[in-house]
Structures are given as structure tokens and as C-alpha cells.
Design a protein around this ligand. Structure first.
Ligand SMILES: *Cc1c(COP(=O)(O)O)cnc(C)c1O
Length: 587
């Protein structure tokens, strides 16, 4: 077995959630999938990289839906021993003046040429810890602000210390994937001042040294979405000295610690996850230079078996160099249609097995699945049932497959699922609507590859990127989507898919979105699907060639390497010296 040599890492990737394997429920959505896909691309490339996350013994949650769409949640039981290897070292993290012991479990992400990248899952379920501390790494996004902050301490300090204990002494870039892991920056700053004796305050040079090692990716286009903790809470968990340090780095305001500001101020490179998101983030964080690296998906993971076979046959180099997917433009349309028919059959068989509902393979099938939360507006398709019914009667029959979990504390999201269930009943006998429980990696792969049209209706400008439409594109499934996030870059009207609304208004106008959604379905998409098979198949093919070849993690990781990991300071709108100068060595 080829293993990553310890000692040197190009990147240490910190993320609160990580989707490394469909059987390991340590993710909630796009953020974790991105982390997993990034490590898969790193393993393909043979890059010295490592991931760091928490073990989440109870997973995110298992979703149950009753016949009215009421969601209930139960913990997911899984056995880390079955999939992960326990590592010998223990490290300590200080929480509320207690020493909490942390161990790590390793998962090896295997690349296409056998290179592996380790992901370390931090775990506090050790008999030496108090019963409360033993549960610290159990629930992903569960618990209150205090629990979350303690988890972020484990991730930041525990993760940094663990990498060192495991022998990684030379890390080029410490990648902070969203603010949850920003405390890793503070942990690095403490390492920087070790061995100086009492009053080991950070000097401007120390701050600068840490900045040179950190890269931060922000994912949240609204100020309310950013992690913030009241300073009293932070003082209780981290102690006064660390709060003083945090104040000195200027990441506290209005009596709260902002994890985003911490990461912004201690990173040499900062990026958003699409061009539009870069723009939105620049307006939010005017003191920083924000860059754009648009997300991607890992092609080997998200391409269905029938399309893998087709690409292996027509463009054998496609996995090694994803750019070759551009050559899909020459694949005969009949073969694209055939591969899609097989993927669709696979999805419909899965639907029947899970729900007993038999859908018709000849009917145009719309897919919509994502985290269910108000801004994603998964119910927009059902906002005018009369109109939808008339489209199905006149333009051609429709069927809809939905999926997605609402965070257990998100009442708006849970209500949204109930509304979809109401629409489902109202449409009975006219448009079959199926809502599949427990949307996860495995289901996402079936859905994104097996439907005929991928629908995404977020409220602008809140879709930082979105990645499920990229998975669909890889499988020749065109998108019908709001022009936000990645779709502003991937959309060519009538060529790679279709848009809802237009690009020229930056904020959503709800009155305009539903009507254009219906107009497109009725006047453009359904007629193409039912009356011009080749026309529809050529959109499928262009989606692969234009978008599959670009919106993948191989291209994305290459951009991170060139623009962030292997490059010097770019976060210079605020001169580094201004931030560093505020840390007083004499305090
Ligand atoms: C890809 C994926 C997501 C992210 O999809 P978006 O389009 O970004 O909402 C969320 N959950 C699962 C299970 C996925 O596979």
C-alpha cells in the first residue's frame, strides 16, 4: 500500500463536516461533499494532503417522514471500527479549563492511481474524559452554541496538535473550509509563540508567520450565516488570555467573536466559491481581497456506471484528465440517450424499492433535492398547481422526485417539506410526486444521474455555488435553475440547460421566478423533450462537454494549488502590517 509520507503536507484541510464514504454519515450537505471531493481529487493527483474533521459518532441525523411530511430525526448509529483505523497518539485540548483528551481515527481516501490521502476524524469518547466531554464529537450541528464552540476548539486545537503528533511538521497551507475551523489559526499562533516563557504574547511577526500559512474559503453569502459567539461564552470556554488574543487580532465586535473575521485576518488567501459569491463577499468584507475559485465535483465519484462505461469507451483519458470530457461533444447522441436511459432505469428501480411507487420511464422526470431550508425554495415548482397541471396535460406528462433534510431546529425548512407533501396529494392522479427520505451521497448519485431535468430554485444571492447541478451535468442531465452561484458561469441558454428569471437583477423577485419557471417548462423544455429527441439529447451532450469538463474538483484543486497553496500573500486590501501591528507585544 502506498502511503503519504509524513512530515510534509501541501495542504491540511480542516472542515467540520467530511463526506468521505457513503457509509460514513459525518456530513450534512454541500460543505462536507466538497471536502470529500477535494481530498479525492488530491489523492488522484498524488498530492501530499490530509483532512481533519470530527468523528460524529451519531452522524448528522436519520430523517423520517410521516404521510403528511412531518419530519422526525433519530441518531445514525455507525461503527467507526468498521471503516476507520484508530491512531495511537493522544492530544489535549483545553475547554473550560479542563484538559480534554482527543484521539484520531484515520480514513484513507484512495486515488485512481493508488495514492492515498488520510482524513483524520477527531474523537473525545475516551474513558479519561468526563461523560459530557465524551459526547463532544458525537453530533454534527447538534446542540447549542456552547456545544458548538467546544467542538470548534476540538477541531481547531485538537486538529492542529494531532497533525503535529502524527509527524506533519511542515505544512504549506492550512485550509480553513468555512469559519467552523477558524480556531486552527489561533492554535497555530500559539504554536508560533511556544517556548518563550511566561507572557508569551504574539508579536506582529508571529501573526504574519501564521497568516502566511492559512487559506480561507468562505461559503456563506449572508452576514447572518456566519458563526459568531458571545464573548462571555468564549471567555468561559477558552479563558481570558485567549479572548485577549482574539481581541488583538480584531475578530471581535459587538461583544461577539466572529469566526469569519478570525479566519479573514489570519489568512494570506481568501476565496468565495463562485464568481458571483466573490462579488457578494467583497461587499460584505470590504477590508479584504476576496478571490473566486468556483467549486467542482469529483468525476469518478459522481458519474453513474452507464456514463462511466460510455466515457471509458469514447474518451478513455477522462478520469486522468477531466478536460478530456470536452471531447464528449463528439459522442453520438444515440449513445448519450442510451446511457441516460440506463441511469434513469436505475433510479426508478431504486424509487420503487424504497417507496413501492412505480414511475414511468417514458415520462419527463424532474429532480429536486438539497438541504431543505427557506432560501432554497424547494417548493417553488409547486407554487401554482393549476398552472403545473395544465402544463402536464398540454405540453406532456411530468413526474417529480424530491429529497432533502431540514435541520431539526429549522421550523421553516420542516414546513417547506410539509408543503411539498400537500402538493403531492393535490397532484395525485395528475403528476406523480415522490419524496425520498434521507437524502445522502448514495441517493444524490441516483437522483442527479437518473432524472431528465435538474431543478434548482434558490433565492438570490444566497446560493454561494451549488454543486448538485454539476453532478447532473456530468451525467448528461441539464439544469433548469436560478441564475445564481455556479449556474451564472455554467448556463448557456438552450445549450447547457435553461435559466429561471434573468441575470440582470441581483436579488430575487419572487413574483417573476415561478412564472418563468412554468413558461420554460411549458414552451421550451417539455416540447423539446417530447417532440425533438435529438434536440434534447444535444443539450444533454453539451452539458457534459461544457460543464462536466470544467466544474470538477480536478480543475478546482489545480486552481487552489496555483492561486492559493503554492502562492504568496494575496489578502492585501488591508496591509498585513495593520493587523499585525495591533497585537501588542508588551501586553
Ligand atoms: C451534492 C450534495 C449536496 C449539495 O448540493 P447543492 O446543489 O449544493 O445544494 C447536498 N447534499 C448531498 C447529499 C449531496 O450529495
Amino acid at each position: 500500500m502506498m502511503e503519504t509520507a509524513t512530515g510534509t503536507l501541501t495542504v491540511a484541510y480542516f472542515s467540520m463536516e467530511f463526506a468521505v464514504d457513503p457509509a460514513i454519515p459525518t456530513y450534512s450537505g454541500g460543505l462536507g461533499i466538497l471536502a470529500g471531493d477535494t481530498m479525492r481529487a488530491a489523492a488522484d493527483l498524488g498530492l501530499p494532503a490530509a483532512g481533519v474533521t470530527l468523528l460524529h459518532r451519531k452522524g448528522y441525523f436519520r430523517q423520517h417522514l410521516d404521510e403528511d411530511g412531518n419530519q422526525s430525526a433519530s441518531p445514525v448509529e455507525w461503527s467507526p471500527e468498521k471503516y476507520l483505523q484508530k491512531m495511537p497518539p493522544r492530544v489535549m485540548a483545553t475547554i473550560c479549563s479542563r484538559q480534554v483528551q482527543v484521539q484520531a481515527w484515520r480514513y484513507l481516501v484512495r486515488g485512481q492511481f493508488g495514492h492515498t490521502v488520510p482524513v483524520y476524524f477527531l474523537d473525545t469518547a475516551l474513558p479519561e474524559n468526563t461523560p459530557w466531554d465524551q459526547h463532544l464529537t458525537d453530533y454534527l450541528y447538534g446542540g447549542d452554541a456552547h456545544y458548538r464552540l467546544c467542538q470548534e476548539v476540538i477541531l481547531g486545537w485538537g486538529g492542529t496538535a494531532m497533525l503535529r503528533m502524527l509527524g506533519y511538521h511542515n505544512t504549506k497551507a492550512c485550509h480553513i473550509n468555512e469559519g467552523h475551523s477558524a480556531l486552527a489559526c489561533l492554535a497555530l499562533l500559539e504554536e508560533q509563540t511556544w517556548g518563550r516563557g511566561a507572557g508569551n504574547d504574539a508579536t506582529p511577526a508571529d501573526v504574519e508567520a501564521v497568516r502566511q500559512r492559512c487559506v480561507f474559503t468562505t461559503h456563506t453569502p449572508l452576514p447572518v450565516g456566519h458563526d459568531g459567539f458571545p464573548l462571555d461564552l468564549v471567555r468561559g470556554v477558552l479563558g481570558s488570555k485567549r479572548v485577549d488574543d482574539l481581541m488583538a487580532i480584531q475578530c471581535c465586535s459587538d461583544g461577539a467573536l466572529s469566526m469569519t473575521n478570525l479566519a479573514l485576518n489570519l489568512s494570506r488567501y481568501v476565496n468565495g466559491v463562485s464568481m458571483r459569491h466573490e462579488e457578494v463577499s467583497r461587499n460584505m468584507f470590504t477590508n479584504h481581497r476576496i478571490n473566486a475559485i468556483t467549486n467542482g465535483v469529483h468525476v469518478g465519484t459522481w458519474t453513474s456506471a452507464p456514463f462511466c462505461r460510455l466515457y471509458d469507451h469514447c474518451i478513455p483519458e477522462w478520469r486522468r484528465d477531466n478536460l478530456y470530457l470536452r471531447y464528449a461533444i463528439n459522442i453520438p447522441l444515440g449513445e448519450i440517450r442510451q446511457a441516460h436511459a440506463e441511469a434513469k432505469q436505475g433510479l426508478l428501480a431504486e424509487v420503487e424499492q424504497r417507496t413501492g411507487v412505480r414511475l414511468d420511464p417514458a415520462v419527463m422526470t424532474i429532480g429536486l433535492a438539497r438541504r431543505v431550508t427557506a432560501y432554497k425554495r424547494s417548493d417553488l415548482l409547486f407554487s401554482d398547481l393549476e398552472r403545473l397541471t395544465s402544463i402536464a396535460r398540454q405540453a406532456g406528462p411530468l413526474q417529480v422526485i424530491c429529497g432533502g433534510k431540514a435541520h431539526p431546529a429549522d421550523e421553516g425548512g420542516k414546513a417547506l417539506i410539509r408543503r411539498i407533501f400537500q402538493a403531492k396529494s393535490a397532484l395525485e392522479g395528475i403528476i406523480p410526486v415522490v419524496y425520498l427520505e434521507d437524502y445522502d451521497m448514495a441517493l444524490a448519485k441516483y437522483l442527479c444521474s437518473g432524472v431528465d431535468l435538474w431543478l434548482n430554485t434558490p433565492q438570490k444571492p444566497r446560493e454561494a455555488s451549488g454543486t448538485s447541478g454539476m453532478k447532473a451535468a456530468l451525467n448528461g442531465v441539464p439544469s433548469l435553475s436560478i441564475l445564481d452561484g455556479w449556474w451564472l458561469e455554467g448556463h448557456i441558454e438552450g445549450v447547457t440547460g435553461w435559466c429561471i428569471g434573468d441575470a440582470c437583477y441581483p436579488e430575487t423577485r419572487p413574483d417573476r421566478d415561478a412564472p418563468t419557471l412554468y413558461d420554460k417548462l411549458e414552451q421550451v423544455i417539455a416540447p423539446l423533450f417530447y417532440q425533438q429527441q435529438d434536440g434534447f439529447a444535444s443539450v444533454m451532450r453539451s452539458a457534459i462537454a461544457m460543464n462536466g469538463s470544467y466544474f470538477n474538483t480536478q480543475r478546482m484543486l489545480g486552481q487552489y494549488l496555483q492561486n492559493a497553496y503554492l502562492r504568496g500573500d494575496t489578502n492585501l486590501a488591508v496591509p498585513a502590517a495593520d493587523i499585525a501591528a495591533t497585537v501588542s507585544p508588551s501586553r
